[in-house]
Structures are given as structure tokens and as C-alpha cells.
Write a new protein. Structure first.
Length: 521
């Protein structure tokens, strides 16, 4: 059941930490792959990548060569570009430590490549290649070197390319070892993507991230124990949406219930409903505050209104009155939270209905805040014996799980998913979806996140989409969760800057319709 079907286990998608990368390399070497050959392969693949970007090379290239094998890669790149007729010079800011790197460097000077004795000028127009430290750097780097690089980064006439990892950036945490790291226009990750590169905290340093394939065998990748997948919009093409038979009864096309909105935040309910409708679910029903209930038929006549929620004196929704009258077992999924506001007494009375609900429970926003403030806290998730997905952003996450510590959002999501046996969407610049075994790291989606109301739309979309998938497979995994989040983000990316969540909801409907049409034809 837990087999990976999306995306695929290959070197483009798998994310590893620095130790896992070392293990994979060591295994390749002990199987007989010569270390020299792998370095040659990495350097040549990068040179090919560079040769396709001739404008970057036209003013010459300066390669910064470090003491280890990151420097060795740099030396191979320098040689290849020099042999192609480009002006190439190298600078070694530290004494060379590894033989292979030293050999490459000696050969470079013998063929006529200039080895600088002083640091290069950051105001020049040449391309700088940072091959100082890579996957095995573990500590802070000389400040002067980083300053020089960052002076170059701000020089708008030229670019900086980091090989494997920007120097000074922790390959695992995605943060500078101290306060500074090289800022690159491009980072070329060799072999596999390192976990630090895909963290939100690495965004100011990595520039455009590209993967350089050096042919790591699939048999090695399958053995990597903690599977983390990098997913981008390119992976949308491998998402198959279930095609619902046209003549099937609407109750068999996904039944979802949304509990959303309050007198204080009516708009959240409207957006969540819009998200659910855009999924194409057959039966979308809702528990709404009176202000929304009165008008919803005009904008979304297909919604079945289950009940009306009262509000407390502060305008926050009271769930209890409605929950005690509804048979939740009639729904494949139930989403609770967008815009409901906080009411601790009400949550205390209502929570048992949600604990006992046997379908997929999706908790967002104020439902999560109500849990954080309740006596039970996150143990709510342990008491619930059925599938639960939650969608916190960083602050909500920390309130919910104050005892979970990890240096990356990815680690936080994975640890909480494991400890509490839930599916988690950790919202960030590039969001993360995790269950107890696997993680999907969205990447390249960072400009689509911070828009008001998008989260409400997403909750509804997840509720509707999961209800449909649940009619096909009762035990859907977090892989589906990750797909919904990627689809939603893609719809947002298709809308012009500044467009509101409602317009993004329309785009999402269009996207889902088109995708289904294309699958049918
Ligand atoms: N292992 C291999 O054979 C391959 C390695 N490749 C390249 O090799 C890199 C890893 O090479 P290395 O293991 O040599 O490690 P690095 O090149 O990342 O350098 C780390 C070494 O530099 C020293 N060092 C670390 N931080 C320092 C600091 N702040 N100041 C001064 N010295 C410091 C340490 O002694 C450490 O051994 C990868 O990033 C990749 O670019 C690729 O060529 C593919 C093949
Ligand atoms: K580097």
C-alpha cells in the first residue's frame, strides 16, 4: 500500500542529507566506480551545462578552487572551458589538501591556465565559479572570502555559480554556518539534491537550483532509508485524477463537509467552499455561520447547507450545536477550521465528535489553534484513531508542537507526522507534506504562497479532492495530499500577481476541468 507511485525514485526527485550522499558515493566507489571517474563525470556534465549558456562565459571565467573535492570539480570545469577556448583563471583561497585536486590543478597550470596569486577583483565582468567547499563542509568559512563573493553577487554585470553547495551554507540545515554564506545566481547540485538546498532558509543563497546527473544507480537510491521527494510543477504531468463515471450518483463522487467561517470571518467560509467545489466533488455540504448561510445560495447554489453555527459574543463560531445534530459518518472527508475563530469552551464540548469521526479529518487554521489552547493539546491526534491531516504554517506548528525540535522545517514536519501519526502540510515559501514514512518537498513554488485567503481555498480543495479519491481507495496516503497542494499552488502561479484567492479558485476549477478532459481524450 505504501509503495511510491508519485513521483519516481530517481536522482532528480530524491533529496538526501550530506551523510546519505556520502554513503551513496562510498558504495559506488566500493563497487568499483573510480573516484577520479566520478569527479570527471561531474565536472564534464557541469561544463556541458555551462556551454549551453554562452552569454555567461563571454567575459571569461574565474574558478575558486577549494582544498577538497569540490575544488577538484572546479578544476575539471576550468580545464574543459579553457580547452573550449574561453579565458579561464583560477584562485585557491586555501592550501590544497587532496591529491586528486592537486593533480588537476597542476595539469591546469601546465596547459596555460593562470593561477592567481591575489584574490580576483569583484568589480570585473567575468563569471565566478564557487568550487571552494561542497557537501562535506562543516564549519564557518573565512569572512573575507564570503564578503568578496557577495560583493560580486551584487555586481549586476556578472554572475556567481556555486558548485554543489554555496560555500558557507550548511548542506543539511540550509543556513549559513555563522552569519554569512556565498550568494549564488545558480547552484548546481551534483548527483542528488541535498536537503539544505531545498529549505526555505536557503532561498537567499542558492539562486536557481539545477540538478547535475552523474548516474547514481536506482538500486542505490531505493536503499536510501528516509525518502524525501522534491516535487515541482513539472511533476504535475504525472498526476492522474480519478475519472468519475458520468452516470454515477453524486453521493459516490465524493462527499465532503466543511465547517468554516464565523460572524467575524465570513470570507474564509466562502473561499473554503469555492476550493471544495473546484475539486469537482459530487456532494459538498457545509456548516456555516448565519451571515454566510443566508447568501451562499446566490454564489454557490450547489452547496448543501447542513446546519447553521451560532457565534459567541466575540463573533467566533460555536461548533457544538451543529456537531451534535450531524451524522459525520455520511462523509468521506470533513474539513474544520478556516475562519471559525477561537472558543475554548466550545472546543471542549465539540472535540469528541471529531475524535470519533471515522473518515479523513482535515484541520486547518483556528481548528489547530483551538487544539493548541485545549487541555489535550496535540494529544488530540493520538487519541484520534482515524486518518487526520493538518495544514499549519510555521507559527501554528510551533504552538501545536512546542516540544518538537529540528533544524529544518522538513525535519519538524517529519518528526511530528511520525510522533502523532498524522499527515502534515507545513506551509512555507516552499511547502512540505509529510506522513510518518515519507516527505514531499515542494520546490519552485515559493512566489505563490503569501496571499490572503489562499489557505482557506486550499483547505476546501483538499477536502473535496480527498473525498473523491476516497471513493476509489479507502486508505489514501499523504502522496495524495502532496498532489492537491501542488495543484493548488500551480493554479495560483497561473494567476497574475495581485489576483485574489477567489480568482485563484476559478483558475483551480479550470485547471481541474482541463486536466480531466485531457485524461479522457
Ligand atoms: N566524493 C567524490 O569522489 C566526489 C565528490 N564530488 C565533489 O566533492 C565534494 C565533496 O568533497 P570533499 O569531501 O573533499 O569536501 P569539500 O570539498 O566539501 O571540502 C570539505 C573539506 O574542506 C575542509 N573544510 C571544511 N570546512 C572548512 C572551512 N570552513 N575552512 C577550511 N577548511 C574547511 C575539511 O577538511 C573538509 O574535508 C562534493 O561537494 C562534490 O563537489 C564530486 O566530484 C563527485 C565525486
Ligand atoms: K561550492
Amino acid at each position: 500500500m505504501n509503495e511510491i507511485v508519485w513521483p519516481t525514485i530517481d536522482s532528480k526527485h530524491l533529496i538526501v542529507d550530506s551523510k546519505q550522499m556520502l554513503i551513496v558515493e562510498k558504495e559506488m566507489f566500493s563497487d568499483g566506480m573510480p573516484q577520479e571517474a566520478l569527479m570527471e563525470k561531474a565536472g564534464i556534465q557541469i561544463s556541458r551545462w555551462l556551454l549551453k549558456k554562452k552569454p555567461l562565459l563571454k567575459n571569461g571565467i574565474t574558478v575558486f578552487i577549494g582544498p577538497g573535492h569540490n575544488g577538484g570539480d572546479g578544476a575539471v570545469i576550468a580545464r574543459e572551458l579553457f580547452l573550449k577556448g574561453f579565458y579561464v583563471q583560477v584562485w585557491c583561497p586555501f592550501p590544497i589538501k587532496k591529491t586528486l585536486t592537486n593533480d588537476h590543478l597542476n595539469y591546469l597550470t601546465s596547459i596555460g591556465v593562470t593561477k592567481l596569486v591575489e584574490p580576483p577583483d569583484a568589480n570585473g565582468k567575468d563569471l565566478w565559479i564557487d568550487a571552494v567547499f561542497g557537501n562535506n563542509q562543516t564549519r564557518k568559512v573565512d569572512d573575507r572570502l564570503i564578503k568578496l563573493f557577495n560583493q560580486k553577487f551584487h555586481n549586476k554585470y556578472s554572475k556567481v555559480i556555486s558548485i554543489d553547495i554555496p560555500t558557507g551554507l550548511c548542506p543539511d540545515k540550509g543556513q549559513p554556518f555563522l552569519d554569512k554564506a556565498v550568494k549564488a545566481d545558480y547552484t548546481l547540485a551534483i548527483g542528488l539534491n541535498k536537503i539544505g538546498l531545498t529549505q526555505d532558509s536557503a532561498l537567499p543563497f542558492i539562486g536557481e537550483l539545477h540538478h547535475i546527473d552523474v548516474g547514481v544507480p536506482i538500486s542505490k537510491l531505493s536503499k536510501v532509508d528516509k525518502k524525501i521527494f522534491k516535487v515541482t510543477y513539472k511533476d504535475l504531468k504525472n498526476i492522474d485524477l480519478p475519472s468519475l463515471p458520468k452516470n454515477s450518483n453524486k453521493y459516490k463522487r465524493g462527499r465532503t463537509l466543511l465547517i468554516a467561517g464565523s460572524e467575524k470571518y465570513p470570507g474564509a467560509a466562502y473561499l473554503a467552499l469555492k476550493g471544495a467545489i473546484s475539486s469537482g466533488a459530487g456532494y459538498v455540504s457545509a456548516v456555516l455561520p448565519e451571515v454566510v448561510a443566508e447568501s451562499i445560495w446566490q454564489v454557490a447554489p450547489e452547496i448543501v447547507l447542513k446546519d447553521i453555527m451560532q457565534s459567541n459574543q466575540n463573533g467566533n463560531a460555536s461548533l457544538f450545536g451543529a456537531l451534535k445534530n450531524i451524522d459525520l459518518s455520511a462523509f468521506d472527508s470533513v474539513a474544520v477550521g478556516p475562519g471559525i475563530g477561537i472558543d475554548n469552551d466550545d472546543w471542549q464540548k465539540s472535540k469528541d465528535y471529531l475524535l470519533d469521526y471515522g473518515g479523513l479529518l482535515i484541520l486547518d487554521a483556528d481548528a489547530l489553534n483551538r487544539i493548541s489552547e485545549s487541555k489535550l493539546g496535540a494529544n488530540f491526534f493520538l487519541e484520534r484513531k482515524f486518518k487526520t491531516w493538518i495544514t499549519p504554517h510555521s507559527k501554528e506548528f510551533r504552538r501545536l508542537f512546542p516540544n518538537i525540535n529540528s533544524s529544518t522545517n522538513l525535519g519538524l514536519a517529519l518528526d511530528a507526522a511520525k510522533e502523532f501519526n498524522i499527515g502534515i502540510l507545513f506551509k512555507g515559501a516552499n511547502s512540505i507534506v509529510a506522513d510518518s514514512k515519507k516527505v514531499w518537498q515542494l520546490f519552485g513554488t515559493d512566489s505563490q504562497t503569501a496571499r490572503a485567503g489562499l489557505g482557506d481555498l486550499l483547505s476546501g480543495f483538499i477536502a473535496g479532492s480527498s473525498a473523491i479519491d476516497l471513493t476509489f481507495c479507502r486508505n489514501i496516503t499523504a502522496e495524495y495530499f502532496a498532489k492537491y497542494v501542488l495543484l493548488h499552488s500551480f493554479a495560483a502561479s497561473k494567476c497574475k500577481k495581485g489576483s485574489n484567492a477567489s480568482a485563484i479558485g476559478d483558475e483551480l476549477s479550470k485547471l481541474m476541468r482541463n486536466k480531466k478532459m485531457r485524461q479522457i481524450s
